[in-house]
Write a protein of this length. Structure first.
Length: 203
């Protein structure tokens, strides 16, 4: 049997004088569920930050937002909504619309969302931030790490927890929690460009 790789809490995060707190950027409830469960079991207190202006259409955004909020409320965790602002996101990725999935558009998208997460973390006096994006097998971990590092550099006083959240059996646990909570489970990343790509792949 293949040995599961352990998830490691950065020592500086564990040693925070007011306890290990982290701003967790959540793309959706299914992806955050096992991560949040793991954090709580290891004395890390997450604040869930739902900032996903990439999601399209608005109806899809609202469904995912409601599920994320439902999950947080069921656990008594602080949950922050930072509105849609899709036009701002479109301006951010302008010129990259034809990029393939996992290409330059995705990196730009990650940078925008994680920089916003770092700013929110600093605003709430939470030095550390991380993201559930690193739980998806459809995302490039190197891009997420680069985006996190860029966000950390853009917001002095914050630290990015570059964690591979697919490790430690969390992918399997995610699938179980998805069933237990009866979460809405989306079939594409979120933006209109990823939806178009997903449709093309089915043809």
């Amino acid at each position: 049997m293949k040995k599961r790789e352990a998830i490691e809490i950065p020592q500086a995060l564990a040693n925070q004088k007011d306890g290990a707190r982290v701003m967790l950027h959540a793309c959706c409830a299914p992806c955050s569920s096992a991560i949040v469960e793991w954090m709580l079991a290891h004395d890390v207190r997450p604040t869930i930050y739902y900032y996903n202006p990439n999601i399209f259409p608005r109806e899809e955004y609202e469904i995912r937002k409601a599920e994320s909020k439902r999950h947080a409320e069921s656990l008594g965790i602080e949950w922050i909504d930072d509105d849609w602002r899709h036009n701002e996101w479109l301006a951010c990725v302008s010129g990259l619309e034809e990029e393939p999935e996992r290409g330059g558009r995705c990196l730009r998208c990650f940078e925008q969302r994680l920089t916003a997460t770092a700013r929110k973390a600093l605003e709430r006096d939470i030095p550390w931030f991380t993201t559930t994006l690193a739980s998806s097998r459809w995302k490039r971990l190197d891009q997420i790490a680069l985006a996190g590092e860029a966000a950390e550099a853009a917001v002095p006083g914050t630290h990015f927890w570059a964690q591979n959240w697919r490790k430690g059996g969390l992918q399997e646990r995610r699938n179980q929690l998805l069933k237990d909570y009866a979460f809405y489970n989306q079939r594409y990343c979120g933006c209109e460009f990823s939806a178009r790509s997903a449709t093309a792949e089915k043809v």
